[in-house]
Structure formats: C-alpha cells, structure tokens
Design a binder for this molecule. Structure first.
Ligand code: SF4
Ligand code: SF4
Length: 371
C-alpha cells in the first residue's frame, strides 16, 4: 500500500473563509448533507467530502472537481446540517475561488472576482471610452435628433466590443479547457467518444433549467434563472439582429418601436429586469437555510439591475428628447454592457460554462443523476 501524504494549505482555507465559507470548520463529517442533497450522484457523493477538502485546503482536489459545479446551491444541505456548517455557502465560496484561480489571464480573475476591485474594473472601459471618444471629438452633447451612433459610432462599438469580446471568449475557452484537463486527469474514458451526445443532453437540460427542479424547498430559484438566462439570450439575439439590419438591409438605429426587433428587445429587457429584481429580493429574504450572499453575488446582482435600468432609461430619455441626459446615460449603459459581456469569464456568469462542462463530463463517465 502506498503512503499518501496530505499537506494542509492554510492560505487556501483562509481564502475560502474570506469568500463566504466562514462556517467550514464547524463540519464534523456526519454526512447528513450528502444524504439529503438531491443533486448529488450516489457514487462519491458531495458535499461532505468537499467540506473535508476545504477544511484541509486541498486546492488541487477542489479545483479539479466537477462536483462543486454539479451543486446548484439549493441549500437543502444547509437546512439539515446539524452543526450549522452551511455546506451550500462553503461550496459557493469554493466556486468563487475557482473562478479566480482558474481564469486566464489570472490577473483578470483577481480583479473581477474581488468586489473591492469593482471600481477598477469599471475604470478600465471608462478610460478607454473617454480616450476614444475624446480623441475623435464625439464626447459631447450632439445637436439635433438624439441618435446614439452620433456619440458612439457603430464602427467604434464594433472595434471595441468585437476585439475585447473575442479576446475574452478565447480566454474563457482556455479556462474551460484547463478545467476539463484537471477533471479528467488520468481518465482515458473522459477523452473518448461520447462528448457530443453528452453535451447535447446537457444543452437541452440548460434550456429547460430542469436540474433546478431537484432543489427541494428552494426550487423557485429556477424561475429567476430562467428570467435572467432568457433575458440575456433575447438581448444577444437583438444585438445580432441590429447588425444584420445595419449591414444587409441598410436599416440604421434608432429602430421604430413597431419593429419586431424592438418587441424582442423590450420583452428581453423586461425579463432581465424582473429576474434581477427577484434575484435581489430573494437574497434579501432570510429563510434561515438560504444561501448567504457574498459580496461577489451582490456585485453581480447589482450590475445586472443597473444594466437594465440604464438601458431602459437610455431608451426613454431618447424618446422624450433630453439630449444632455440621454448621451451620458448611454455612456454609463455602455460601461455596464462592457462590464457584463467582456468580464463574463471572470464574473458570476462564468458559472454557465463551468457548470455545462462539469455536467457533460459527469454524463460521459456515467456519474450523473436522473433529471
Ligand atoms: S457539513 Fe454538516 S451535514 Fe455535512 S458532513 Fe459536515 S456537519 Fe455533517
Ligand atoms: S447546495 Fe444543494 S445541490 Fe449543493 S450540495 Fe447542498 S443540497 Fe446539494
């Protein structure tokens, strides 16, 4: 029998505690949490073992574990834990550390996941936009009808957003690939055929958000996730639609309110706004067992809410024709758009890709639950 030496990593334990997992040391390994969790597979169930890894600071095991992403933060485990160790919160804190540690480049993970750095994250696009618009004489209140492309021309938006989103997308794919390699280390089966059907099943599950139905007393989180998810999806579709109008039909902004594109945009914005409000209301409610919100969670919820509010105000102020308010509001809105989409791989939204990767992997190695 080979001897295995385990060295505790106190720094990582302290990082988990600082990220919201401050109850981790209360766990006495009774395994009640693994028994009550509806989301865990029977083979090597979670979250008891993750609580042990977290107490020892076993960073490598935690960062290569699909289980921290199979957890959907339902908190049934927290409700029944006899020690008040709040395993749901500890797993949430581990996921935050994961995003920070697994991100490429690492510096972006550190900047965006740390709420105290939020102002710095916003300062980056703020300075970039100021320089770009200032040097090209667009940074002013334009005369005549309010047309946002007078202020921030389409070609500038394309240059800034396509280049930064492209880089962020490549960095995200590299981060997901690093996670995949970490999970499947030494497991040949994980690299063999079967990826495509497993991924397609995962995708279907995401479309329906069906895994949230496993979330016992906290199942209403599914509604919030659906509203936010489809809100973003709708806004993505309308952005693509505007581009098609612009290049293929020579139809420029502002688009008429009667245009179907506007209906989709407005319904999507309403869905995102309602989702963001419910997200905040749910976080403020205290059922005792619900997840404690970390400042990482709050930053995300507030940014999404501000994104919706500034988007709606940008449209309304243009309609009533107050130029000196419209252009600055549009500027703020674009900062928040930049924050949301360019920092996607480093923010709370990064969980979409990591969760899909973990579920696909679990399906491939036949260690998934029936949904
Ligand atoms: S987290 Fe709570 S329920 Fe789970 S093993 Fe530890 S003490 Fe038991
Ligand atoms: S939070 Fe929910 S999904 Fe995660 S371990 Fe606890 S019971 Fe399971």
């Amino acid at each position: 029998m080979t001897e295995q030496v385990i060295s505790p990593n106190i720094n990582f334990v302290n990082d988990i505690i600082a990220s919201g997992g401050d109850t981790v040391k209360k766990c006495f390994q009774c395994a009640t949490c693994s028994v009550v969790c509806n989301a865990t597979p029977d083979k090597r169930p979670f979250p008891r073992k993750e609580m042990l890894y977290a107490q020892w600071g076993l960073k490598d095991r935690l960062l290569s574990s699909p289980d921290i992403w199979l957890c959907h933060n339902c908190n049934d485990c927290t409700k029944y834990c006899p020690r008040g160790a709040r395993p749901g919160d500890v797993l949430s804190a581990i996921r935050q550390k994961f995003v920070e540690e697994n991100s490429i480049p690492g510096i972006m993970g550190k900047i965006v996941t740390q709420p105290k750095m939020t102002l710095l994250s916003l300062a980056i696009p703020f300075i970039l936009f100021l320089i770009l618009l200032g040097l090209t004489d667009h940074l002013r209140i334009h005369e005549g009808e309010i047309v946002y492309s007078k202020f921030f021309p389409i070609r500038y938006i394309e240059t800034v957003f396509i280049s930064t989103v492209g880089l962020a997308g490549i960095a995200y794919l590299l981060s997901l690939s690093r996670f995949w390699k970490g999970m499947s280390k030494g497991d040949v089966q994980a690299y063999s055929k079967g990826f495509v059907p497993a991924f397609m099943k995962t995708l279907l599950e995401f479309v329906k958000h069906s895994r949230f139905l496993k979330c016992g007393p906290n199942a209403e989180r599914r509604v919030v996730h659906i509203l936010v998810f489809y809100g973003f999806a709708g806004l993505f579709i309308t952005t693509t639609w505007v581009t098609i109008y612009y290049y293929f039909f020579e139809k420029h902004t502002p688009i008429l309110l009667s245009d179907p594109l506007k209906w989709v945009a407005n319904i999507s914005a309403a869905s995102l706004l309602i989702g963001a409000v419910l997200l905040i209301v749910n976080r403020l409610k205290d059922k005792g067992f619900e997840s404690k919100s970390s400042s990482f969670d709050w930053t995300f919820a507030i940014i999404i809410l501000l994104l919706c509010i500034t988007g709606i105000l940008t449209a309304l102020i243009r309609l009533v024709g107050i130029a000196y308010l419209a252009y600055p509001m549009y500027f703020i809105h674009l900062l928040l758009v930049f924050y949301t989409i360019v920092y996607f791989p480093y923010s709370k939204l990064a969980h979409i890709g990591y969760r899909m990767t973990a579920i696909t992997y679990s399906k491939m190695i036949n260690r998934d639950i029936e949904i």
